[in-house]
Design a protein around this ligand. Structure first.
Ligand code: FEO
Length: 399
C-alpha cells in the first residue's frame, strides 16, 4: 500500500475502492476512492478518514510514513461515514488525538458514533497552527451536508474540498492530468448531477468564499486531485450551480408495446432536423444516475411513459422521484406517452415538470394505443418546433 507525497510533508493516504458499483443508488462503474491526507508538521494532522471497511488500507499507508500514535489531530470536514467511518479505529491507535470539526460536525459525529471523543471546535474564519503550516477553515453547509466544511492550507495553496469537486473514480493515479480531462470531467459531471445539484445556491456561496484564495491543488475526498484543470472545473461548477445547460435534448422514456418508443423516436428525428444534439435514454437499459448526467447537460428534457393501472410505469416513476429530489432548474420540458383508455401518466409527468417550474412550451402529447403515420409526423413537427425554439432562445440570449 503506497501513499503518495503530493507536496513536501503532505501525503495522500486514502483508500481505493475498486469494487464498489453502487454508492447509495449511484452506479459507480469506475469504482471510487475515499481520500484522506496526512500533513506532517510539528503537529500531525489526518485530514478526513475513509469508509470503515477500508480502514486497513489507510492505516497501512500512514504507517509507512509515521507511527500513527503520533497523530495530533483528525480533521473531520464532513460527518458522512465514507469520510468519518475510520475515526474510531484511528483513535484506538492515537488515543490523544483531538477531532477538529465545526459545531454541526460535533453533533453529527456524536449522533453517528455515540462516543465521548475529544473535540476541538472550529468555524469559518478560524485557523489552527501546525508549525510551518496553518489550517484555515471555511464552513460550506449543504455541500454536501449541514456539517460540510473545506480546509485551506495557505503557502502550499491547497484546498481540501471534501465532497466538493469529487468524482467517483478508482485509480492508481492521483492527479487529474494523469487520466485526462475527458474522463475526470465526465465523472465530475456525473458526481455533480447526482450529489451536488440540489445545492446550487450553497455551491455559489462556497465559490464566493473561496474566490479570493490562490489555489494550486484541490484535494477532494473522492477521485483525482485537481492540479492542471482547476480553472476548468471551477468554471464548470459556476455553470452547473447556475443551472446553465447546453442546447441539447434528452428523451427519457419507458415503453410497453413500443408505441411510446415510436413517439420518442419521432421527437428525436424532429429535434435532429432542427439541428439539436439529442440522446435517447430508455429506462429499461439506462441507470437513472447516468440519465442525470444527461439532464445536467441538457436544456430540454422530454419524458414519456405509457399508462399502466392509471399511473406511469414504475421505472419512470422512480426516475421522476429521483429527478425531483435533485431539482434541476431552468429546463424546457415536454411530457408524452401512449395510452389505452385512462392516459393519466402523461399529465402526471407534466405535473412533476410544473413542480420543478420548468418551461412547458407545448401541450402534453398523448396517443391512443398505436400512433399512425400522420400522428407520428405531428410529433416529429413538435420535436422540430422545440428545437427551433431552443435555437431562437439561444439567439436572443446572445444578442
Ligand atoms: Fe463523500 Fe457526503 O460523503
Amino acid at each position: 500500500m503506497f501513499s503518495k507525497e503530493i507536496r513536501k510533508g503532505i501525503y495522500w493516504v486514502g483508500a481505493t475502492d475498486w469494487e464498489i458499483r453502487n454508492f447509495h443508488g449511484y452506479l459507480t462503474q469506475s469504482g471510487t476512492s475515499y481520500n484522506a491526507y496526512l500533513i506532517v508538521d510539528e503537529k500531525i494532522v489526518l485530514v478526513d478518514t475513509v469508509k470503515a471497511e477500508l480502514c486497513e488500507q489507510m492505516i497501512e499507508r500512514i504507517t509507512r510514513i509515521i507511527d500513527p500514535s503520533k497523530i495530533d489531530y483528525i480533521l473531520s470536514n464532513h460527518v458522512e461515514m465514507d469520510h468519518s467511518g475510520s475515526i474510531g479505529k484511528v483513535l484506538e491507535l492515537a488515543p490523544n488525538a483531538e477531532i477538529v470539526t465545526n459545531p454541526q460536525g460535533v453533533q453529527g459525529l456524536k449522533r453517528h458514533f455515540k462516543k465521548d471523543w475529544k473535540f476541538k471546535v472550529v468555524k469559518s474564519g478560524d485557523s489552527l497552527e501546525l508549525g510551518k503550516h496553518q489550517l484555515h477553515f471555511v464552513q460550506t453547509p449543504m455541500v454536501h451536508w449541514p456539517d460540510s466544511m473545506v480546509t485551506y492550507l495557505p503557502g502550499e495553496n491547497i484546498l481540501f474540498s471534501n465532497d466538493a469537486f469529487g468524482q467517483h473514480i478508482a485509480s492508481s493515479e492521483r492527479f487529474d492530468s494523469e487520466i485526462g480531462w475527458d474522463i475526470v470531467h465526465q465523472e465530475a459531471k456525473k458526481y455533480y448531477a447526482n450529489i451536488v445539484l440540489p445545492f446550487g445556491n450553497q455551491v455559489k456561496k462556497a465559490l464566493d468564499s473561496l474566490s479570493s484564495l490562490d489555489i494550486d491543488l484541490i484535494c477532494p475526498s473522492h477521485g483525482l486531485i485537481w492540479k492542471d484543470y482547476i480553472p476548468q472545473i471551477i468554471s464548470e461548477y459556476c455553470r452547473w450551480s447556475d443551472n446553465e445547460a447546453d442546447d441539447r435534448a434528452v428523451i427519457v422514456y419507458d415503453t410497453m408495446w413500443k408505441s411510446t418508443k415510436k413517439m420518442a423516436n419521432e421527437f428525436c428525428y424532429g429535434l435532429k432536423e432542427a439541428g439539436i444534439h439529442v440522446v435517447m435514454r430508455d429506462l429499461k437499459s439506462n441507470d437513472i444516475s447516468d440519465v442525470m448526467t444527461d439532464v445536467l447537460n441538457s436544456k430540454c428534457i422530454i419524458v414519456g411513459s405509457p399508462t399502466l393501472n392509471n399511473n406511469m410505469l414504475p421505472t419512470v416513476g422512480a426516475f421522476l422521484t429521483y429527478l425531483k429530489g435533485l431539482n434541476p432548474q431552468k429546463r424546457i420540458g415536454v411530457a408524452f406517452g401512449s395510452y389505452g383508455w385512462g392516459g393519466q401518466s402523461i399529465g402526471q409527468i407534466e405535473d412533476v415538470m410544473k413542480e420543478l417550474k420548468w418551461e412547458l412550451p407545448f401541450e402534453i402529447v398523448k396517443m391512443k394505443y398505436v400512433p399512425d403515420d400522420e400522428e407520428l409526423l405531428k410529433i416529429r413537427e413538435i420535436g422540430k418546433s422545440l428545437g427551433e425554439k431552443m435555437l431562437e432562445d439561444k439567439r436572443q440570449k446572445e444578442k
